[in-house]
Design a protein around this ligand. Structure first.
Ligand SMILES: [Zn+2]
Length: 437
């Protein structure tokens, strides 16, 4: 397969800024090498970007237990369509990912799916309760490199301390869903102007910030590597910035909805704007953008959280938290960060591929001759309108329906195989020319 007429974007990589790539037997070869070989497929992306495969280190695939919302197969299809070659799935399934057998089940399901790599995240504590730690050694043997009680934060500081001490001995990453459950209470949206106006129970920014600061203090105490998930407030960004300056081994992620939407969206009473942590204020959005630009926030993840319609099409109080994100993330990042010039193409590759790979210990996020081809071909010119009905995800809980976005994954390649090819659209209007198949 020859990919020509594009631009390789791999910051610091040996192929950066080359104009094309050749894939032979699943591996990248130097462009021009083996020129005598007849290529089986020639793709010309005029002005397109060839990047290392995108990674999403925070998704929920709902299997086992909640297959009506998503399965490994449908979730990985959605990932491929969104340009992702690797995703990490969170352990709040039923049963949760707190023992080897569940990790093995997920990996087996992934092998039967479309080819996108799946990396299960293990639970910190058994049953996602705040009591006994999981057997992290056993989870690590099964292939787990990070643990988290995402969705069910470890409320006991003492348990979190022990978890960090234990995790550190295995060089296991702890991913923190930073939330003080008592302060969150039964809140449904950000506590502030709009919660007062709309008469909805609020979740204060402090519910997140207290937990961020606690976990930073515990990371400082234990030396355990800590990653803060889905950062949503200005105070959290500040705390992480200061901790990094001090040398605490902390990294952090945010999600596209935290820099594209505010709590004002809840005026619609539409449960597709109900997420946890909640959408925040304009000031928080500015701080998130600043944190992305200055590197305080290392990663953009989606927190892809599928829910069946019955769980969303109810009163706001009863509706589940969370939205799907795998098929909109790249378009939102390109439209709202890249096009306005807040980040460049190389920053995008760091935010959506390289840093997640580094934090999670994955052998991906770069393009080198001789290695199995794992890449995403991005068409920056493609304009499209978000229509959740067309998504590969089994769920439809997306707040971006009707939004016009510019930029999209045209091609996703894992181990030299096409796992996604936007062929019809590609041929019609993006300048992608396919010579031979
Ligand atoms: Zn979470």
């Amino acid at each position: 397969m020859d990919l020509v007429g594009g631009r390789v974007v791999d910051p610091d990589g040996p192929l950066n800024r080359r104009e094309g790539l050749r894939i032979v037997d699943g591996r990248l070869v130097e462009p021009g090498d083996q020129a005598d070989l007849e290529s089986d497929l020639m793709i010309d992306l005029q002005g397109g970007l060839l990047t290392p495969g995108l990674s999403d280190m925070h998704v929920h695939l709902r299997e086992p237990g909640y297959e009506d919302a998503e399965t490994v197969a449908t979730g990985l299809r959605a990932a491929a369509r969104g340009g992702f070659t690797r995703v990490a799935c969170m352990p709040n399934t039923n049963p949760p990912v707190d023992q080897r057998s569940v990790v093995e089940l997920l990996l087996a399901r992934a092998r039967e799916a479309c080819g996108v790599h799946l990396h299960p995240v293990g639970a910190v504590t058994r049953g996602l309760k705040s009591d006994d730690l999981t057997e992290m050694a056993e989870l690590k043997e099964a292939g787990v490199t990070a643990v988290s009680n995402d969705g069910f934060p470890v409320f006991s500081s003492r348990t979190m301390r022990r978890a960090m001490e234990y995790a550190k001995t295995f060089d296991m990453l702890i991913i923190s869903h930073a939330e003080d459950e008592g302060l969150k209470g039964d809140g449904v949206m950000n506590e502030g102007y709009w919660s007062t106006v709309l008469g909805l129970r609020g979740i204060p920014a402090a519910a997140e910030e207290i937990a961020v600061m606690r976990d930073i203090a515990l990371s400082r105490l234990t030396g355990c590597r800590l990653h803060i998930a889905h950062v949503s407030t200005a105070g959290s960004v500040d705390a992480i910035r200061r901790a990094k300056a001090e040398g605490v081994p902390v990294t952090a992620e945010t999600a596209p909805h935290y820099f594209t939407l505010t709590h004002a969206a809840l005026q619609s009473y539409d449960a597709n704007f109900k997420m946890n942590p909640p959408l925040r204020t304009e000031r928080d959005v500015e701080a998130i953008l600043q944190g992305i630009v200055d590197g305080t926030l290392d990663v953009i993840a989606t927190d892809h959280a599928p829910h069946s319609q019955e769980k969303k099409e109810v009163e706001l109080d009863q509706a589940s938290f969370g939205i799907i994100g795998l098929e909109t993330s790249l378009g939102l990042v390109m439209t709202h960060l890249l096009r306005p010039g807040r980040v460049g193409a190389e920053d995008l590759v760091r935010l959506m591929s390289q840093r997640a790979a580094k934090i999670m210990g994955w052998n991906s996020g770069h393009l080198r001759a001789g290695e199995l081809a794992e890449l995403t071909l991005i068409d920056p010119q493609a304009t499209w309108t978000v229509d959740p009905e067309l998504f590969a995800s089994k769920s439809r809980n997306c707040p971006f329906g009707g939004w016009e976005l510019q930029g999209r994954a045209a091609l996703t390649v894992v181990e030299g195989r096409l796992v996604h090819w936007e062929k019809s659209r590609a041929e019609a209007d993006s300048g992608l020319l396919v010579r031979a198949l």
